[in-house]
Design a protein around this ligand. Structure first.
Ligand code: UT7
Length: 337
């Protein structure tokens, strides 16, 4: 069986920076509240006319990852695209990226697993490489949250945490042992689907009928993200740890051997809790939520790329990716660099 290793990483965030202070123009909040509860100082949001869509941003990150991998778009055999904010209901953003990058008619698969989307996407890509079906796979996480948020005070519990951005990873086949992805853990618990959700309009409540419903019920906010923040937080800290311990056990390594943890950037307090549980030093965990907010499926590839750019990753390092979010879905990937 083959192994799959990372040979290129890239990221892209829109130019527009939105500070916590700017948010106070739209809703009752404060820089102090946001920093204290989440660690976030600013985020990047797309702006009208900048040409960014979820697929376009994904393509920008992918170009950088391909360049760093020394590959052309035509060298890629398969695309896995993780997002909760696709350009359209259908088709998915993966096929749009295939077109933007002018790739051959290779397969493109969209993964709809929200905050853990990139963890699922890398696990999927790894399986295709391990079985020998594909040699080079492009994995992308890209999100535009800002266009779907309730920016009034009503939505402040959710809207202040989200940012836009994209990250990309190129995986290739290797026959080296103990290299690349060593183990994955993937889980879900749909009974909590409605604890973090954008509900309508949807096939269950079609657009036309929902618009009629809104005329009678103008206060319904089902078209905006809803999150039971405390409930999600409590589950996140438990599930992060479970998924991490599971991959370590599967690979037969101990938590003392971890060199770098790349947690999904959901809330700095969640990451700090996990860091403490694992006994990691500050340099063993990557946190950049301060600058980007929570970019859901894009947060891990953006953080991993930045860690690599900052020289925090060296040959042979044991790296963990872990995430928890809407679904609930959660999981982890263990990777030998
Ligand atoms: O990425 C996917 C997974 N997501 C997560 O893991 C997120 C998990 N949850 C969280 O990160 C936190 O629950 C939040 C950051 C979303 C919220 O923090 P919290 O400490 O759980 O606050 P809370 O929702 O319990 O609200 C506390 C108070 C409330 O006021 P009262 O009722 O105590 O008077 C809120 O109305 O803070 C108020 N509040 C705000 N105040 C200023 C809520 N949002 C804001 C805001 N600015 N943006």
């Amino acid at each position: 069986m083959y192994q799959s290793k990372v040979i290129g990483l890239g990221k892209y965030v829109p130019e527009r920076v939105v500070t916590n202070d700017e948010l106070t123009n739209y809703m009752e909040t404060s820089d102090e509240w946001i920093r204290e509860r989440t660690g976030i100082e600013e985020r990047h949001w797309v702006e009208e006319g900048d040409g960014n869509t979820t697929a376009v941003m994904g393509a920008k990150a992918a170009r950088q990852a391909l360049e760093r991998a020394g590959l052309q778009p035509s060298d890629i055999d398969f695309i896995v695209f993780a997002t909760l904010s696709p350009d359209y209901y259908f088709p998915g953003s993966g096929v749009l990226l295939q077109d933007i990058l002018d790739m051959p008619t290779i397969g493109a698969l969209d993964v709809r697993n929200q905050c853990s989307g990139f963890v699922y996407a890398t696990a999927v890509a790894d399986q295709f490489i391990k079985t020998g079906m594909y040699k080079n796979v492009l994995v992308v996480g890209s999100e535009i949250q800002s266009t779907g948020l309730d920016l009034s005070t009503r939505g402040r519990g959710v809207s202040v945490i989200f940012g836009d951005g994209a990250g990309a990873m190129v995986l290739t086949r290797t026959e080296e042992k103990n290299k690349g992805f060593l183990a994955h853990s993937l889980h879900s618990q749909g009974k909590y689907a409605d604890q973090l959700i954008v509900k309508y309009p949807s096939s269950a409540f079609p657009t036309q009928r929902y618009f009629e419903h809104l005329k009678e019920n103008p206060d319904d906010t089902s078209h905006f993200p809803y999150m039971n923040g405390n409930f999600v937080f409590k589950h996140a800290v438990v599930r992060f740890m479970e998924a991490i311990m599971e991959v370590l056990q599967k690979a037969g390594v101990s938590k003392q051997e971890i060199d770098l943890l790349i947690p999904h950037q959901a809330n700095l307090r969640i990451s700090q809790f996990v860091q403490k549980q694992l006994g990691l030093k500050d340099e063993q965990i990557m946190n950049n939520i301060q600058k980007y907010g929570n970019t859901t499926a894009a947060s891990i590839p953006i953080a991993l790329t930045e860690a690599w750019e900052q020289g925090k990753i060296k040959e042979g390092d044991l790296i963990l990716q872990a995430a928890f979010g809407s679904g609930f879905t959660w999981g982890a990937n263990l990777l030998r660099w």
